[in-house]
Write a protein of this length. Structure first.
Length: 97
């Protein structure tokens, strides 16, 4: 069986006073998920808005990816295909952020 879907993702960025906030919204056609991300410019650093955009957007998309992984794991468990012992690693190690 061949199946093709298109999911739409939008990212909105708002920067104010050295803080950039991002909202990533995934629309699957049946469900909408929203991820959030924030980046703050250190007052001692040069203010480069593009860097704040990249950091906040990546954090919002990471949040979105974590939510999707949780949904997928719940769906796997509901059909008896969950991981052994019920231990599910979500996201990436905090040191990687």
């Amino acid at each position: 069986m061949t199946r093709t879907l298109e999911w739409q993702v939008g990212v909105v960025l708002v920067e104010e006073d050295g803080t950039t906030r991002a909202r990533a919204v995934l629309d699957t056609g049946t469900t909408t998920y929203t991820g959030q991300g924030v980046a703050r410019c250190n007052p001692q650093d040069v203010d480069v808005p593009e860097i704040g955009d990249e950091l906040a957007a990546s954090r919002a998309m990471k949040d979105l990816a974590t939510q999707l992984m949780r949904v997928a794991n719940r769906d796997l468990e509901s059909v008896g295909a969950g991981p052994e012992g019920g231990l599910i690693p979500y996201g990436w190690p905090e040191a990687a952020t």
